[in-house]
Ligand binder design. Structure first.
Ligand code: ACO
Length: 339
């Protein structure tokens, strides 16, 4: 019997528990689009190589002076409007980002202030590409315990600022953007049929730091540094680690892969996603793909994909949504929720 099934049977499925229910989703992409054709003029690469190895065709790049907080604020505003919740009702703001405006204060605090929120708490989460999964998991734990009632969870990145634009092995992969969701604690029955977050799992293993990192920082070089990656090794770990944590998340909630209505993964590489989908038996028609147009936007990629799914009417009330990510650290994790 899984932990959740035990909880359900002990409670008879009738005792109310708090679940974190999505009330609204929003996103923002900078206007400037950088195509693979333009990329060919910056580094020794080709549209064919990028598309064949990654699935990426273009990415959005923040304008001069446009900061991570600006992207996050735009995404958050749209999510709030769609939720019908007044910003002053939000008591928790979490921003997942590896590209904060400043070393401190947290980008979340800036977003909080610009939305006119002055109660509760706001902080950033740094788990790179897994940031949104980490932020959703953290918010869920606060909402379940009743410490906060309504959370704004944002993934926002300006990765273009930490790329080495002379390194063709990394600069072609990433883009800028932001996405956000509004979560609200709502009483549910404590069964697997509830709405909201049903299971969340996060993992990390710092032994792999050297495979994906930034070669600078305030405490080491006093610079921002540039992203460095051993792509082949990251790839090797990705399918195995992500598939593993998805399986644990599904077991925890009592669901099988074929019950998922929509798979909304972190968008890193088409081949990684094909590998995971094949391993779990998820058909391509159930996978939300935005990689071709956005590139890898790190912590922003899942909420950007979730927003696109919403706008394409692929999220009905009751849909079972699976999200997953892996990133620098390594960090990885998965969230299962009912829309
Ligand atoms: N254009 C043209 N050629 C290139 C480029 C480029 N942009 N980049 C690398 N190459 C060359 C290499 O120099 C190499 O040439 P060589 O054989 O003469 O030495 C050749 O292409 C093959 O390089 P590999 O690194 O072996 O290529 P690979 O098939 O592994 O693809 C890639 C590289 C796309 C980075 C892949 O390894 C990958 O996607 N890894 C996962 C990384 C990732 O997604 N990280 C994101 C964060 S973690 C996450 O989100 C899962």
């Amino acid at each position: 019997m899984t932990a959740m099934q035990k909880q359900v049977s002990e409670r008879g499925g009738n005792v109310a528990v708090n679940r974190s229910v999505v009330r609204g989703v929003g996103a923002y992409l900078p206007k400037r689009v950088l195509t693979n054709a333009e990329m060919q003029r910056l580094v020794d690469t080709s549209d064919d190589w990028i598309v064949e190895r990654t699935g990426i065709r273009q990415r959005h790049i923040a304008a001069d002076g446009e900061m991570t907080s600006d992207l996050g604020i735009a995404a958050a505003r749209q999510a709030l409007v769609r939720s019908g919740i007044d910003p002053v009702e939000i008591d928790l703001v979490i921003c997942a980002t590896a590209t904060p405006d400043r070393t401190f204060p947290a980008t979340a605090v800036k977003i909080q202030a610009s939305l006119g929120i002055s109660k509760g708490a706001a902080f950033d989460i740094q788990a790179v590409c897994s940031g949104f999964v980490y932020a959703m998991t953290t918010a869920d734990n606060f909402l379940k315990t009743g410490q906060f009632k309504r959370a704004l969870v944002i993934g926002a990145e300006t990765f273009s600022r930490i790329l080495d634009w002379e390194d063709r092995t990394t600069c072609v992969l990433f883009g800028d953007g932001a996405g956000a969701v509004v979560l609200e604690a709502q009483p549910q029955h404590g069964t697997r049929d509830d709405r909201g977050i049903l299971a969340a799992q996060i993992r990390s293993d710092g032994r792999y730091e050297d495979l994906l990192y930034v070669d600078g920082g305030p405490g080491s070089t006093k610079t921002t540094g540039h992203l460095r990656m051993n792509g082949r090794e990251v790839f090797r770990h990705a399918v195995q680690k992500i598939s593993g944590v998805i399986e644990e998340t599904l077991v925890m909630s009592g669901y099988a892969p074929d019950e998922i209505d929509l798979f909304v993964p972190h968008q890193a590489n088409q081949r990684i996603l094909d590998g995971i989908a094949k391993k779990l038996g998820i058909p391509p028609s159930k996978i939300m793909m935005t990689l071709a147009n956005h590139g890898n936007t790190s912590a922003a990629s899942i909420p950007l994909a979730l927003n696109q799914a919403f706008e394409e009417h692929r999220l009905d009330e009751g849909s079972l949504i699976l999200m997953e990510a892996m990133g620098g650290g390594f960090t990885w994790g998965a969230v299962l929720l009912r829309w």
